[in-house]
Design a protein. Structure first.
Lengths: 247, 72
């Protein structure tokens, strides 16, 4: 296990988790503000338990898959996932699609819960708990995939999980202090960075799964990341020009 | 419960199929490189370069196409 292998995996898991936890935190906070901390905490705990179950179920299964098949499958999934994030981040950076607005999401979620309250008086705690559970589960799925994808096949599941847990702890600590949606997190910059790293991992592992021995081994990841960063920036710059030209 | 399962399935699919054309193109490039390396005997390093630069080109093309479509 070398630094050049561990650092990108832990960083990718940490940064991706940061983005997803901020999104889940916004909704859980809306639930807690309007319906109290009990349903928010119960929903969050249930969501985390389901996610832990998925990891515990998938972890041992992955050990049974031949390493080259695992690298190829995860590499292609990482490519699709990472390039999807990078594409959206480039379009957001170019102003073609709007930036993620945590304050707007908080308001929308609060309005939805208030509307539920006016429609039916019963089972409000249940509905609020389910809302928190869904937020944790849906955002957490991406974290689980990233942790498994960057960690499996190289024995890095534990360091990648620790990276994700560190992001959860950081957001919870900040959230507990500020007690409002974390709208000042540079979310698109983080998504851009994570998209770059996941795409680089995707090419690297797809290649290894196809039997390609990359020159420089793990160090090739840095070159791939630099190239994806360049392509993302070029894409954003071209998209900005095109959106003005075609407007 | 069913609604939540449907949302979970949609989330899972959405994770990998952000834009259909980009997804299909990446799969085609990976399959083409795999076939060329395995069946035609292409130098694996050349295959790797084709995979890398193919993905970079596809990314820029997808961003530009979406910008044109979004602006028009």
């Amino acid at each position: 296990m070398t630094w050049s292998t561990v650092a990108p995996a832990v960083t990718a898991a940490f940064l991706a988790s940061l983005v997803e936890v901020v999104e889940a935190f916004t909704i859980v906070l809306a639930v807690a503000t309007l319906r109290g901390w009990r349903p928010a905490a119960l929903g969050t705990t249930a969501g985390l338990a389901v996610l832990a179950g998925i990891v515990l179920l998938l972890g041992p299964l992955l050990d049974r898959v031949p390493i080259s098949s695992l690298q190829l499958a995860i590499g292609i999934l990482l490519l699709l996932f990472g390039m999807g994030w990078l594409r959206k981040a480039s379009l957001r950076a170019a102003g073609v699609i709007p930036l993620h607005d945590e304050d707007a999401i908080f308001s929308a979620e609060a309005a939805e819960l208030t509307e539920q309250a006016s429609r039916r008086r019963r089972n409000l705690g249940w509905a609020a708990g389910v809302t928190a559970l869904k937020a944790v589960l849906l955002e957490g799925l991406e974290v689980v995939f990233i942790v498994i994808a960057v960690g499996a096949g190289r024995g890095l599941l534990l360091p990648a999980s620790l990276g994700a847990l560190a992001a959860c702890a950081l957001i919870l600590a900040i959230g507990a202090v500020v007690h409002r949606p974390l709208s000042r997190v540079p979310e698109n910059t983080l998504k851009f960075g994570v998209g770059v790293m996941l795409s680089a991992f995707g090419v690297f592992w797809t290649g290894e799964g196809l039997g390609i021995a990359w020159p420089g081994q793990d160090l090739a990841l840095l070159l791939f990341a630099a190239l994806f960063l360049g392509a993302g920036l070029i894409g954003a710059s071209l998209a900005r020009k095109l959106s003005v030209e075609f407007a | 419960m069913m609604t939540m399962l449907k949302e979970l399935a949609a989330e899972l699919i959405g994770m990998f199929v952000g834009e259909t054309r980009l997804t299909i193109s990446v799969l085609v490039v990976a399959a083409a490189v795999g076939s060329l390396v395995d069946f035609i005997g292409l130098d694996p390093l050349l295959g790797g370069a084709a995979l890398l630069f193919g993905c970079l080109i596809l990314l820029v093309e997808s961003v530009c196409r979406s910008a044109r479509a979004g602006a028009s």
